[in-house]
Ligand binder design. Sequence first.
Ligand SMILES: Cc1cc2nc3c(=O)[nH]c(=O)nc-3n(C[C@H](O)[C@H](O)[C@H](O)COP(=O)(O)OP(=O)(O)OC[C@H]3O[C@@H](n4cnc5c(N)ncnc54)[C@H](O)[C@@H]3O)c2cc1C
Length: 564
Amino acid sequence: MEIKLKSIMGKDKTAIVGKLNVSVGDTIETGQVILQLETKKGNSPLKSEISGTVEEILISEGQTVEIGQTLLCVKSESGGETVPKLDYFAGMINGKKEDINADILIIGGGPGGYVAAIHAAKNGRKVVLAERKAMGGTCLNEGCIPTKAIVKSAELYEHIKNANEFGLEVKDARADMSKIIDRKNSIKDTLVSGIEYLMNKNEIRVIKGSASFVDERTVSVKSGRDEYTVEAENIIIATGSTSSTLKIPGIDNEFVMNSTKALDCRDNMDCVTIIGGGVIGMEFAFIYSNLGMKVNVVEYFDRVLTMVDSDVSEEICKIAKQRGIGIHTGSKVTRIGREENGKAVVFFEKDGTERFITSDKVLVATGREPDVQGLELENTGAAANENGRGIAVDSGMRTSVKHIYAIGDVNSRMQLAHVASHEGMVAVDNILGKDAHMDYTAVPNVIFTSPEIANVGLTEDAALREGLNISVSKFPFGANGKALTMGESEGFVKLIKDLDTGGIIGGAIIGPEASALISTLTMIINSRISEEEIIHTVFAHPTTGESIHEAVLGLGKGAFHYHE
Ligand SMILES: Cc1cc2nc3c(=O)[nH]c(=O)nc-3n(C[C@H](O)[C@H](O)[C@H](O)COP(=O)(O)OP(=O)(O)OC[C@H]3O[C@@H](n4cnc5c(N)ncnc54)[C@H](O)[C@@H]3O)c2cc1C
């Protein structure tokens, strides 16, 4: 029997296949959830109305399906209408085949791929985009947006718990992980359908399926039984990255999660151990801690967040410890065990002795790998980076094959969504005949801990490593009126000035609204705005932005509202 899609939640005619729970050969029962459908109204489970054995799966995760479409063929145990064998095989043979020509083929619909597609389409190019899962990539589906949705729930809960500091009495506040995840999913779904709308409006043909190179101008995109052969003048690879894993005993336990799994974990946990004190690990540490869980972070290096200056890292560690987050640096995880009661035990070596931490779940946040799986890049001759991680590109985003470009996480330059998008613009500009280059000197990055951390330009450590003659100014949020009214007076704004050129070359902010404030510093560094010009700019009062003005004053005769 064929299992068809009979209806979709809401008024939509199409939906996206989310998690597929069955494989060919599986026995399924009536009422069993065989897959999740991602709709504009949220996720909805699709239950089987028959029992039997799965003979064929005609769809794949991430594929768009429409009402009436056959999803699975099942050999029914309860009789019913059996599809004649001849039709079944005819269907297999007749899977849709199409040859398509394009000016530009983009592989991957994340922030790199979809921005490149829109930019190219707006400039009159015929664009085809292949995406094997949902549009929006890691960023929208399992990265930036989902984490920040949960960060907001967690911070709000933390504020509510401390409401009495603001003269408010709130009783019986409770965090419900399942509802937090539902809210996250609905934000994600809104944004994903927004991207689909933009693809449509910009007349970009989106093919749902997995792309692999046939040769350096031809790509095959397969989706279930359907196969599309796309020939393109130029190809942009924007396939992103996937979570890397640790090769240690016990990593396969079901209580071990990567960030993707953690973002869908609806369990109300008491304690979590996080392996890795990088950006993702520390964001989750504050999420779980703000939600009232006991959190321990185990980090191999001698400090967390090694990409920021040591004073910034020390400040966030101090704040983390005040909130009860255990930070174990210089610690090498050796294995993960399971207690009789089902709890996880993470064993690690620190200072030559073995220690352990027990928790409900373990989150492994040890970085991400460029995703080139299944691309069959060897059919193009495009070279990998020297360290073997990701595809090598020049500053114009060209690979070693002239008409093939690689943007975003897959080139392993900077794993940030806004970098992927900007690299996409540079690649398209070069295809359009311009001489565009990617400039990384003023790329902001934000870490959504509580408080937030944001950096742009050179760190103090990097400037010193480069032998630059610098001066540093720091203005604490404890001396900023707005920060005090917000009850968020921890942290500081720090500026780095090159004494030889007089220019501001870097800045770090740890404190309230750092994610918004960093745009001002980015503009200052990118547009080389002088100290004098900033001093004579009027900053509104009372705002956290005044801290930037004060930090700039601190580079000269000193801040008005702070004296060491
Ligand atoms: C938990 C987490 C939090 C993050 N938070 C932030 C943040 O706050 N800010 C920030 O800037 N960055 C953040 N990032 C990083 C950010 O998500 C990535 O840098 C960004 O998504 C990279 O964009 P991309 O377009 O290169 O790739 P992706 O977004 O990974 O998109 C690649 C797409 O290509 C598709 N694909 C892969 N192979 C094929 C194939 N063969 N055929 C068809 N399709 C294919 C994939 O399905 C995917 O949809 C976060 C990441 C994680 C995991």
